[in-house]
Design a protein around this ligand. Structure first.
Ligand code: FES
Length: 162
């Protein structure tokens, strides 16, 4: 395992683990902290987590592969998530996705996360973002956008340059 973490992060993780009766109960919180710091969860990060929580790496990997918010590969600086579940699909999210992919030079028919060659954007179809009444919705990192039109999507991308 080759993973060096800052003391501040290790201390934060120690505090998280101490909140739970069993170390393994902190698994998801620890993975969030590591992903926030590293950008994704590498095999080393998974091994580190397993050792810290006294579980097997497979126990951690199960969580990482089950929850869609965890990533096993780096992503772009701006992560665009477009909801593809029913309400959004009926209100144009597939068109929105194709529009964004076309604008960024990505495959509009791919259903996996795609990152632009310059590492600036990752575009990803995701399941329900829990705002079905304001479909179609998308996120840009932690920002949430509702009733998104292709023109608004263009503005969201343009804003990342300012
Ligand atoms: S279907 Fe898109 S937010 Fe629920």
């Amino acid at each position: 395992m080759n993973l060096t973490l800052p003391d501040t992060l290790v201390a934060e993780i120690d505090r998280l683990v101490a909140r739970y009766p069993q170390p393994r109960s902190a698994s998801v919180m620890v993975l969030h902290a590591l992903q926030d710091h590293l950008g994704y969860l590498s095999p080393d990060a998974i091994e580190w987590t397993a050792a810290r929580l006294n579980v097997q790496p497979i126990n951690v990997l199960e969580l990482v592969t089950f929850y869609p918010m965890f990533r096993q590969a780096p992503i772009g600086r701006f992560h665009l998530k477009i909801c593809r579940t029913l309400s959004c699909a009926l209100r144009g999210s597939h068109e929105l996705y194709r529009h964004l992919c076309g604008k960024l030079g990505l495959d509009p028919h791919a259903h996996r996360p795609q990152t632009t060659a310059d590492g600036r954007f990752t575009v990803e179809f995701v399941e329900c973002l829990a705002s079905c009444g304001t479909a179609p919705v998308m996120m840009c990192n932690d920002r949430f956008f509702e009733k998104v039109t292709p023109e608004q999507a263009d503005r969201i991308i343009a804003e990342t340059h300012s």
